[in-house]
Design a protein around this ligand. Structure first.
Ligand code: URA
Length: 191
């Protein structure tokens, strides 16, 4: 599938009920040849209105962490488990994730990132393992198929519980260090 076909599929998707209540689908954005991909949970209100992931309050905080560890936002790819906003930002239902996950799978197939970082528990439960405990397992890297995977706190959790910000910075520094390792092995102009 091409990017254009995939974006059309996302725009026209009626696989779950969420397409009825969303304003815009939030497909994903960034570098389609990224080494590093971030995967969040689902669009919130600002994302639903703009069609772009992580642009609201949580997104602005996430941008600060990217800046702090010197990862340009445009160098990575950012997507979510769900492409449509759940009403009142409730947690995604399992059947909504099931209906949506192939779009993410296809994005990953096209990008072929080396690293996938889950933003928060919901993405980690889907992509790493179903009983993932974010407080215990954040920052722990696992190798799964062709990818290095880990999860960090969701930025909206950091807005609710700022005491976790230090741990987030430690984890994001480790993301940057691993990214540098990968980039050393596969320089951007090597392909
Ligand atoms: N929270 C998410 O998980 N994703 C977004 O795109 C915005 C907020």
């Amino acid at each position: 599938m091409t990017w254009e076909e995939l974006e059309n599929k996302c725009r026209e998707c009626t696989a779950c009920e969420l397409h009825k209540t969303r304003t815009n689908p939030v497909f994903g954005c960034g570098n389609r040849r990224a080494t590093l991909m971030f995967v969040g949970e689902a669009p919130g209100e600002s994302e639903d209105l703009s069609g772009t992931p992580f642009v609201g309050r949580a997104g602005k905080l996430f941008d600060k962490y990217l800046e702090a560890v010197d990862i340009p936002r445009e160098s990575v790819y950012i997507a979510n488990i769900l492409k449509c906003r759940p009403p009142k930002n409730r947690d995604p239902l399992p059947e909504e994730e099931d209906a949506c996950i192939d779009l993410l799978r296809e994005q990953v197939r096209l990008i072929k990132p080396k690293m996938i970082v889950c933003l928060g528990r919901i993405a980690a439960m889907r992509l790493i393992h179903p009983d993932f405990r974010i407080t215990r397992e954040h920052g722990v890297w696992v190798r799964k198929g062709a990818f290095d995977l880990c999860a960090v706190y969701h930025p909206s959790l950091l807005l609710r519980d700022p005491r976790r910000k230090e741990e987030m910075l430690v984890d994001m520094k480790a993301v940057k260090a691993r990214l540098e390792q990968w980039e050393k092995q596969t320089p951007a102009d090597a392909e």
